[in-house]
Ligand binder design. Structure first.
Ligand SMILES: [Mn+2]
Length: 311
């Protein structure tokens, strides 16, 4: 991959458990310990973070620290926009997955006239809003924000004005206003979601490739089919949440681990086949949490192996 630029976004303010902010450091240590100079080989940029806000008492229970998430996403959006305009391929290493709202806004601002497709590799749907979220963790709201879906119909929370205002800001980072159409959005590895999220998936007919389905039909068949669906999009963004990996097989080093996920070879093949389309303009990796790793630094080591085999 030419023109790779690593964007280090060490933020975990959108997560319920601390530690994904040091996911990038765990990755770098995995590289160093395997005698690999990957992170020294490419230019990089550090995004300024708001992790000190963790010390503040949470006031907005249905969207915790959402005002800081908005600011963090604005920062990431600006950096993504700038690096895309500078003709780089941004490889974004983030902490918690709420960051992708900023990445998508940055991509939409960089290419306002292009149709964007999104591949979301994740165990979770991330389709909650402050109206439906059981946890109030904003990293579970990224897809809903990018699609501008409030899901008020299935509301279970009474959301205050201040939270609502921040939610509105989060959906409109950079005044991008360009939203992902559900027909240009595809899940890989989805296997853990709530009823309110399932309703959105069904109503909007969002395509999902399950781990089992992919194993039965083959990675080539499924990825080709996904690319066929995205025939009319000019650019593709891939968001790889590491909890799409099998937590029993690999590691629990991520905020919300889920069993029965992909193995690393499957992820490599999916990513490689997608990148071969020539449409992928950015890849983001999120939710590595070395503080939760039950096998030393296994999650970061596995993800580094994946990155190293791609670039
Ligand atoms: Mn996620």
């Amino acid at each position: 991959m030419k023109n790779l630029k690593i964007i280090k976004n060490r933020s975990d303010v959108g997560a319920g458990t601390r530690g994904s902010d040091i996911g990038i450091d765990a990755l770098e240590i995995a590289a160093i310990n395997s005698n690999n100079d990957f992170f020294n080989h490419y230019p990089f940029v550090d995004v300024v973070t708001h992790n000190e806000s963790i010390y503040n008492k949470v006031k907005q229970n249905f969207a915790k620290r959402i005002n800081y998430v908005v600011e963090q996403c604005e920062r990431l959006s600006e950096v993504t926009l700038r690096e895309l305009k500078n003709n780089f391929f941004p490889l974004i290493i983030s902490g918690d997955h709420s960051s992708s709202i900023g990445t998508i806004a940055g991509i939409c601002s960089a290419f306002p006239k292009k149709n964007l497709g999104v591949i979301w590799i994740d165990a979770h749907a991330d389709l909650h809003s402050p109206f439906t979220s059981p946890s109030g963790n904003v990293h579970g709201m990224a897809v809903a924000a990018a699609m501008n879906l409030d899901n008020i119909k299935n509301s279970s929370n009474r959301v205050d004005e201040k939270t609502l205002k921040s939610w509105k800001n989060l959906k409109n980072i950079n005044n991008s206003n360009t939203k992902i159409s559900p027909s240009n959005f595809i899940y890989f590895g989805l296997r853990s979601y709530e009823d309110s999220e399932k309703k959105i998936i069904q109503e909007n007919k969002i395509n999902c490739y399950s781990v089992d389905g992919i194993r039965q039909r083959g990675i080539d068949v499924c990825v080709n089919e996904a690319l066929k669906q995205l025939e009319n999009v000019e650019i593709i963004y891939i968001s790889f949440d590491v909890d799409s990996l099998d937590c029993d097989l690999i590691s629990k080093g991520t905020g919300t681990p889920v069993s029965k996920g992909f193995d690393s070879d499957e992820i490599i093949k999916i990513l490689k086949n997608l990148i071969l389309s020539g449409k992928v303009i950015s890849l983001e990796i999120s939710e590595i949490n070395p503080l939760l790793d039950n096998r030393g630094n296994k999650m970061a080591e596995t993800v580094f192996k994946i990155i190293d085999s791609l670039f």
